[in-house]
Structures are given as C-alpha cells and as structure tokens.
Ligand binder design. Structure first.
Ligand code: NDP
Length: 253
C-alpha cells in the first residue's frame, strides 16, 4: 500500500520500542518520513533505527521517559537539532496495568496516569510550537493520539487504565478546538486488541489470564495493521481530519 503526503514529513513516535509504536515508525519510514523513535529501552531503539536505516529509511533513536519533564525536553532538543521542526507527532507510549481497584495499587495508578495522560501532555507541550508553525507555512501538521476502546468500554479490573484513555479521547476532542482553527489536525485512534507487549506488564496472573481468554476468543489486529490506520489518517489531504477512529478485530464487540 502506498500513501500520499508522508514523504518528507518529520515524525516523532513515542513508545517506538515495541508493538504499535515500532510498527508505526517502520511504516512511516518506509513511506519516506524521517522518524524520531522515543522510548526508554536504548537497545530496542538502536536495533530499530539500524533496521530502518538498513532499509533505506531515516531514523533517530532518542531515549526518553515520558514521565520525566527533563527527559522529554532533552529529547525534543535533540530532535530539533537533528531534524528541525516536527510535523507529525504520534503519542503512543502507554502502559496497561490490571488489578481490582480494591487492591489499592496507587503505584500502578500513578504510573498509568503519569505515562498515559501526563506523558501525552508533556509530548504535546514539547511539539505544539512545531505543529502550529508547520501548519502556518501551509504544510500538513498532525497530532495523533493513541487512546483505546477502553475509553468507552468497561473492562473489569482495568478501571484506571480505561479512565486514562477516556482522558485522552476527551483531550483529543478538546485540542481540536484549539488546533483545528490553526490547521493542525488532531486524530484520536482507539484500538481494540492489538498484538504487542502491552498485556505482559500486569503482575496479577489471574487477571492476565482473563484478558488472554478474551484475546483468544476475539483475535487481535497486528501492530502493522494498526500502523496502517495511523498512516492512512496522516496521509489524507490536509483539510481532511479523521478525528476519531475505532479499529478493532471484527470479532471484538
Ligand atoms: P507495548 O507495551 O508493546 O508498547 C508500549 C511502548 O511504550 C513501548 O515501546 C514502551 O517502551 C513505551 N513506554 C512505556 N512507558 C514509557 C515511558 N515512561 N516513556 C517512554 N516510553 C514508554 O504496547 P502497545 O504497542 O500495545 O501500546 C501502544 C499504545 O497503544 C498504548 O498507549 C496502549 O495503551 C495503546 N493500546 C494498545 C492496545 C492493544 O491491544 N495492544 C489496545 C488499545 C490501546 P519502553 O518500555 O522501552 O519505554
């Protein structure tokens, strides 16, 4: 598949060390975008950057922790030095930790809120100036937020994760009112089950097994299939904003 409007773009993909972010980075680079890869695991980023470069693409691995202000600011500075202004931001880094609320796992709640909500805001803050300036020059500028169907659907034991994703869906809608009038698109993507490392981080085996059971029954999208959705949205003509997309396996209700 080929997409219009991606060649020559400069993208930042957070959470590029695995899963959806990795697949998005690979696809954007294949389509001729320069891609800054952000995550915490340096080895994964180095391997991915080498793979993209070997395939003829352009990529820069930048170790960054979206829960840390200084880390995100330093990453933005490094990207600006290397590539100049960014015109496509994919806010994808996230964690999903499942436990009953009565377990009182404040540590997990804080980690999810810091990563999935405040982390997204830190990245928005770092690159808003770039997006607004790009659009003012008449070029395409995109903010893509990876939310989740969990923003709408209720999954037992994932209440706080769902709440963080509901926050992102609402944030995206509100940001359109600020960015849209300045020709910066905001696209909120809500995936259903996608094959990735996301399910591996819950430390409660019983709850992990419940999710595994649902995945077995409903199947998953591949990360590459979700990347196709991101690339499709970012490759529309600049006056067309697919503002809200739910993408899930056909068998997932
Ligand atoms: P993965 O766990 O494979 O990817 C998550 C990525 O986020 C990793 O690259 C990880 O890299 C990075 N990350 C985690 N914490 C931080 C941090 N503090 N700073 C920077 N990077 C971080 O899962 P997915 O690919 O599935 O997840 C991507 C997004 O998709 C998430 O926002 C998730 O909520 C969302 N989503 C996924 C669904 C699914 O079924 N897979 C369904 C709906 C939404 P590192 O550890 O190296 O930092």
């Amino acid at each position: 598949m080929s997409y219009e409007n991606l060649t020559g773009r400069t993208a930042v993909v957070t959470g590029a060390a695995s899963g959806i972010g990795e697949a998005v980075a690979v696809l954007l680079a294949e389509q001729g975008a320069r891609v800054a890869l952000l995550a915490r695991r340096v080895q994964r980023l180095d391997e991915l950057a080498a793979k993209i470069t070997a395939g003829g693409g352009t990529a820069l691995g930048v170790v960054a922790d979206v829960t840390d202000d200084a880390s995100v600011s330093a990453a933005a500075e490094r990207i600006h030095e290397a590539y100049g202004a960014v015109d496509l931001v994919v806010n994808n880094a996230g964690v999903m930790l499942g436990n009953p609320v009565e377990a009182g796992r404040l540590d997990e709640w804080q980690r999810m809120i810091e990563t999935n909500v405040t982390g997204v805001l830190r990245v928005v803050r770092a690159f808003t100036g770039d997006l607004v300036a790009t659009a003012a020059e008449g070029r395409t500028a995109d903010l893509v937020n990876i939310s989740s169907v969990a923003a709408h659907l209720a999954f037992p034991n994932y209440a706080v994760y769902g709440a963080t994703k509901a926050a992102i869906t609402h944030l995206s809608q509100c940001l359109r009112t600020e960015f849209g009038p300045r020709d910066v698109r905001v696209t909120n993507i809500e995936p259903g089950f996608v094959e990735s490392e996301l399910r591996l981080h819950t430390d409660n085996d019983e709850i992990s097994a419940q999710v595994d059971g649902m995945v077995e029954a409903m199947g998953t999208l591949s990360a590459a299939e979700l990347a196709d959705v991101v690339a499709y949205a970012a490759s529309r003509p600049r006056h067309v904003n697919l503002r809200q997309i739910m993408a899930m396996p056909t068998r997932q209700a």
